[in-house]
Design a protein around this ligand. Sequence first.
Ligand code: NDP
Length: 262
Amino acid sequence: MKNYAIFGDPVEHSKSPQMHNSAFNYLQIDANYKKHHLKDAKKLKNEFLKKYAGANITVPHKEEAFKQADEVIGIANEIQAVNTYINKDGKIIAYNTDAPGFLKAIECFGKLEKVLIIGAGGTAKAIALALKEQNIEITIVNRSDDKLKFFKEKGFITYNWNNFRLDHFDLVVNSTSAGLKDDTYPMNKGQLENIFLNSKYAFDCVYGKETPFLQLAKLEGLKTKDGEDMLLFQGLLAFELFTNTKADNSVVEAMRKGLRGE
Ligand code: NDP
């Protein structure tokens, strides 16, 4: 039996085991995927190579996982954070499936030219760099200045809350954790209302609840979507790497059922 895991701190809330085990069961693959609580990121490489054929890595270890990999593939090199490890003959091959997973999740909005990303954390990096590869114009707005440095250096348009300048956007993405455990907006409500009046679609990376951000977007008549598909598709792409297969729609549905606990 092959063993897989998700490393994180905390990791208790993760839905990845449900999702991957559901697909393993559906395809009758002899494998098991579990939660691996890891406090000390320095132990990641050792623990992974000792026990697992593949793994996902979540908050707060994605940057450290990038550093400890033997080989990093694709867009992860620019993002400098990885969420997927493959054990290839005792060497770690690492990928970032958050970025392409996000692109798949927003396919339903069609062609986009201008996107506003609220927030400047790890998720915003993956999203911004994925969209940049599609030649989409990206603007980032964040509560504070510190995390904007990375985006400025990459040539993105950046603002903090105070110097933000309104524009028309096809899509507005909430990549902050505002609304996750509380009922706050990721920006001042008045500013958000003006943004939505000039935009078509709204996407929230948070999943499992309708955040105040999405409620307000709906009220303003925007087409909206939460982060469930982003989670699903990053998992699906990781699953394809784990099993070296191309998953069809029936596997997607097995993973979705697992994710929803159905
Ligand atoms: P980080 O901790 O790296 O970044 C958090 C960002 O949110 C920072 O820019 C921070 O601003 C901002 N922020 C936090 N709280 C507030 C607030 N109350 N108001 C305004 N801005 C705020 O987090 P991640 O990028 O890793 O994750 C962000 C969100 O994305 C989380 O909710 C997470 O659950 C979700 N997520 C969803 C995924 C999915 O598959 N659907 C995948 C990964 C993440 P500042 O710099 O000022 O502190």
